[in-house]
Structure formats: structure tokens, C-alpha cells
Design a protein. Structure first.
Length: 341
């Protein structure tokens, strides 16, 4: 089996490329090499890239970082792309940056709801993460967990709830904008004012992985988390439960796009077909509990005890509208965080 290049190795390749130095990994033929910019966990990367390489013979060079870092890299490389695929990034972020992507309609496009893919096929969702409150029952003691977003405004939760910095997390961006919508009831300015009451109570961590590991390992009582990450601790026997906000939560879709001008477009298209395929999505949810964007999987048959979406109260959420306003929202949220510390 060919070697799979990851992490620091991938970063080194990119640095060498920027300096004009020829590097061995880029000597692969176009149909046997793929550079993936991934915001996914390393375990997920290794699992998926291993399956993909075994099936196709395409060697994957992975550069793993947060979505913000990867987008900055893509912007710097726009005239000479060094990556082929951006994967594991919120569809809100993908939609806000779709000028960087090449259109491709995957062979599995009809299995993904129209709301979870770009109309012009510039990106497609692969996962559908439900935003939840991740609760550590042991740390809560006799306290009842929060059941709604508005509960988080209660002074009893000050310092007991953690969330990720929206600048570094697509999930956290969706959390704050969903609260603005819910609290404002159509009046966005009122929503911002109500959001500040929550921001005053929560602790803001640098990235979302610190939220679910912190709650799962008993450091924090409550975290604004993602379903799959919280469910890993449930399955592992930790004193963790998932609360689906009763006033409405959001499905945070995550997906991929083929980078415009990619050096390996054929391999990139193969990867998009692979990652959206039914059997691959089944393998991923069985191992990592990541709810697929496809709607034709039988969770019960797979032994996954997650509620069907029809049993979860979902809020009305304007993904594309918020994506368009993303920069202004992030600026205002950062000012609010600094003002309330």
C-alpha cells in the first residue's frame, strides 16, 4: 500500500511548493494523487483516506487544520492551488466561499436533499450534525439541565456552560446565529441584545473539540456541542446525556468542495463520489456516529441509537443569509465576547 501523507508532512509539502521547490509527492500522475484540506479529526481522516486509497489506488496527502486556517491558505493560493479538495467544513462556510470551488455533480447527488447541496453543485454536504447541549450528569448533581436556548440566560448557568469561538468553529457560528433568530423573533437587533445575556454566562473555548472533550471528561457541566461528538461519550459509558433544545435546534451540515484549478481534478471527483456513497456513509456512522447527509440509511439496522430528524424540533434557519453576513457577524460576536469578559 502506498504511504498516506498527513499533517506536518502535508504542510511541509505546501511550504516547499510556495518556495518553488519541486517535491516528490507532486510527481504522482494526476489520477493517483490527491491533496485534501481537511477540518476533520485525524481518526476520521485516517479511516476514510485508508478506505479510499485501498479502493482507488489514489494516495492522499492530507493537510489538517481548522476551517479558518484552511480558508486563509486557499485564499493565499488562489492563483496557484496546492489543494484539490476542501472537506469537513460547515456548509455555511462553503457557501460563503464558493468562488473557490469547481462545479461537479456527484453520482450520488440525488440522495442528498437539495437544501444540503449548492444549486450549482459547487459543494455538497456529507454529514448532518445536530447541535445539542452536551451534559455531564455527574457534574450537574441535582441541577436540572438546560432545556432551551433561553435557559442559558439564567444566572445559575454563569461559568457552567462552554461553547467554541465562532471564529474558529462553523458549529459555534450556527449556534449564535440560531439564538439571534430565536430570541429576536424576526427582529435581529433584539436577538443580538438577548444573545449578549448568554455570552455573559458562557466560557468561550478556542475550538469545539475542547467543548466536547471538556464535558465528556468531567471538566465542564454543559457544552454547546455536536451530536456525534457527544454521542461518542454516551457510547463509551461516560455520565453524559444529549439534550435537544426544545425551542428548536439546527442541523449543522458539513461537506466538501473541489477546489477551482485543482491539480488533480479526476481524483477529486472520485473522492466526492466515494465520500457521498451509501456504503461509505454507513461505515462512517457505525464507527464515528456522524449522521449522514443522505436520507436513505436505516440507523436501527446499523445499531445506532440516534433519534430520527422527524422527532427533533428544528428551528427555521437561513443558512445562505447568515453565510452572506458571516464576516460582520463574527466581528460583532468578537466585540461582544471581549466586552463581557
Amino acid at each position: 500500500m502506498k504511504r498516506v501523507w498527513r499533517g506536518a508532512v502535508g504542510a511541509g509539502i505546501l511550504l516547499a511548493g510556495c518556495m518553488g521547490v519541486a517535491t516528490a509527492p507532486f510527481a504522482f500522475a494526476a489520477d493517483t494523487s490527491l491533496v485534501v484540506y481537511s477540518a476533520n479529526d485525524t481518526d476520521v481522516n485516517n479511516f476514510v483516506f485508508g478506505m479510499f486509497q485501498k479502493e482507488t489506488g489514489v494516495a492522499v496527502q492530507s493537510v489538517t487544520a481548522g476551517s479558518g486556517v484552511l480558508l486563509k491558505r486557499m485564499a493565499a493560493e488562489k492563483d496557484r492551488p496546492l489543494g484539490d479538495v476542501l472537506w469537513g467544513v460547515s456548509t455555511v462556510i462553503l457557501d460563503a466561499n464558493k468562488a473557490y470551488f469547481e462545479a461537479y455533480a456527484t453520482k450520488n447527488v440525488e440522495a442528498v436533499p437539495a437544501t444540503l447541496r449548492d444549486p450549482g453543485n459547487l459543494w455538497v454536504a456529507t454529514n448532518a450534525h445536530v447541535i445539542v447541549f452536551q451534559v455531564n450528569r455527574q457534574l450537574l448533581g441535582t441541577m436540572a439541565p438546560p432545556r432551551t436556548w433561553r435557559d442559558l440566560q439564567n444566572p445559575q448557568w454563569k461559568g457552567k456552560v462552554v461553547m467554541a469561538d465562532p471564529s474558529n468553529s462553523g458549529g459555534a457560528f450556527t449556534q449564535v446565529t440560531n439564538m439571534i433568530d430565536l430570541f429576536g423573533g424576526g427582529d435581529r437587533e433584539k436577538g443580538w441584545q438577548e444573545l449578549e445575556k448568554v455570552i455573559r454566562n458562557v466560557r468561550v473555548l478556542n475550538k469545539i473539540s475542547l467543548v466536547y472533550t471538556g464535558v465528556g471528561q468531567g471538566e465542564y457541566p454543559v457544552g454547546l456541542s455536536l451530536e456525534y461528538a457527544a454521542y461518542e461519550y454516551v457510547q463509551g459509558g461516560a455520565p453524559v446525556e444529549l439534550v435537544y433544545p426544545e425551542d428548536g435546534t439546527v442541523v449543522q451540515a458539513e461537506g466538501m468542495g473541489i477546489i477551482k484549478g485543482a491539480a488533480h481534478p479526476e481524483a477529486a471527483r472520485k473522492f466526492e463520489d466515494f465520500i457521498t456513497r451509501k456504503d461509505v456513509r454507513e461505515a462512517i456512522i457505525k464507527k464515528f456516529f456522524r449522521r449522514p447527509a443522505r436520507t436513505d440509511l436505516d440507523f436501527g439496522a446499523l445499531g445506532i441509537k440516534l433519534p430520527p430528524l422527524k422527532d427533533i424540533k428544528l428551528a427555521s434557519y437561513d443558512f445562505r443569509g447568515w453565510a452572506k453576513d458571516r464576516d460582520a457577524v463574527l466581528t460583532r460576536v468578537q466585540e461582544m465576547i471581549l466586552r463581557t469578559r
